[in-house]
Design a protein around this ligand. Structure first.
Ligand SMILES: *Cc1c(COP(=O)(O)O)cnc(C)c1O
Length: 389
């Protein structure tokens, strides 16, 4: 049976070139980067090189890149580190209703600790209102955190404009750029952000590896306490192989950027055009402009996305409903809810994300099976639709 993976926003495979770079650091080059003999220095050099590779991808200085255990830790660090550092200044944070749970659940925790959080709405295209953002700022606001690219509907937010508003009011600005990295243009200097979260496994690097960009001069509290690693800001022996792999993945993402975006968007558009024209009662969620090049989020009316997912799986096809993190809960997606999609339509929603290894034949295979699956499920649920569903 054919295997077609259309869930690149959940995670990506490690590229051959990335794995090749990592392997020696598991075995002969295993030294602790903090050790002062040659074996340690060799590892330290590898970490330094990876820091340059990541910095290069986002136009930061290497000294502004702090390695972490992934996007979740970076998000947690930015939020808790700022909240703790600036608590004498204020207790108000602004974010959006459509953030990843790494932000939303951290905000919920901070609310229990006495912080106040404003959650910005999104419009029918999935974008925030800059006017609402500016109006939400008070003299107690210490942080604004807005994601660059949404993981469910792929919407790109106006981060440069939002960061400028934050700056005007003297408020720190963080962006979760995990889905944006390698997929949209990122230049931290041009965007004017103070902090930015990144993850390696969404850009063909290994899991459990990521980074937080912290602009020079920005001071937040440390999140992990211990040794002097990461310029005394993030303790713990470096995840050497993970960092080396992330570095290489970042280098490839920069070198392949144009080709990657063209490849993904052309296949994504082909998938969209075939689904919309060949399967009736299907809708795209979120605008097609300002969108992640590989993301397609579709509602199939009258049926459950979960059933589609399970039947596609029987044909070797991997997709997700809403976001992977909520795939085991029956809660309707918070992103689609914020977008104003009715709850019964949310339940009929599937996220397809294409990537570097997707081919046109893969898309044809998916659509051919999808047509049969949707027709079959709708036949079964026609009883429901007759009830006026
Ligand atoms: C995947 C993801 C994260 C979490 O990153 P991990 O490295 O898996 O912890 C955070 N934010 C967004 C938008 C993501 O897509």
């Amino acid at each position: 049976m054919r295997n077609v993976y259309l869930d690149y926003s959940a995670t990506t495979p490690v590229k051959e070139e990335v794995l090749k770079e990592m392997i020696p650091y598991f075995t002969e080059k295993f030294g602790n980067p903090s050790s002062l003999y040659d074996k340690g220095l060799e590892s330290k050099d590898a970490v330094t090189h990876a820091r340059e590779q990541v910095a290069d991808l986002i136009n930061a200085k290497p000294s502004e890149v702090y390695f972490t255990a992934g996007g979740t830790e970076s998000d947690n660090w930015a939020l808790f580190g700022t909240a703790e550092k600036l608590k004498s200044k204020g207790n108000h944070i602004i974010t959006t209703k459509i953030e990843h749970h790494a932000i939303l659940h951290s905000c919920a925790y901070l609310e229990k600790e006495g912080y106040e959080v404003t959650y910005l709405d999104i419009d029918k295209d999935g974008r925030i209102s800059l006017k609402q953002l500016e109006e939400a700022i008070t003299d107690k606001t210490i942080l604004i955190s807005i994601m660059l690219v949404n993981n469910e509907i792929g919407t790109v937010q106006p981060i440069k404009e939002a960061a400028a508003i934050a700056k005007k009011h003297g408020v720190l600005f963080h962006t979760d750029a995990v889905q944006g990295l390698g997929n949209v243009d990122i230049d931290v200097k041009d965007m004017g952000v103070d902090m930015m979260s990144m993850s390696s496994h969404k850009i063909y690097g290994p899991k459990g590896s990521g980074a937080l960009y912290i602009r020079k001069g920005v001071v937040i509290d440390n999140y992990l306490h211990g040794g002097a690693q990461e310029n005394r800001r993030r303790a713990g022996t470096e995840n050497l192989t993970g960092i080396v792999g992330f570095g290489k993945a970042a280098e490839l993402a920069k070198a392949n950027f144009k080709g990657h975006v063209e490849h993904c968007s052309s296949l994504r558009n082909y998938l969209k055009d075939r689904i919309i024209s060949e399967i009736p009662d299907t809708y795209v969620n979120g605008t097609m402009e300002n969108r992640h090049p590989g993301n397609l989020n579709i509602t199939f009316k009258y049926i459950e996305g979960e059933s589609i997912l399970l039947l596609l799986n029987q044909f070797g096809i991997s997709v997700s409903t809403g976001s992977a993190c909520s795939s085991t809960s029956l809660e309707p997606s918070h992103v689609l809810t914020a977008l104003g999609v009715p709850v019964e339509m949310i339940h009929g929603t599937v996220r397809f994300t294409v990537g570097d290894f997707t081919t046109k034949e893969d898309i044809d295979y998916v659509v051919d099976n999808l047509k049969k699956i949707v027709a079959r499920l709708r036949e079964i649920s026609s009883v429901n639709s007759k009830k006026g569903w």
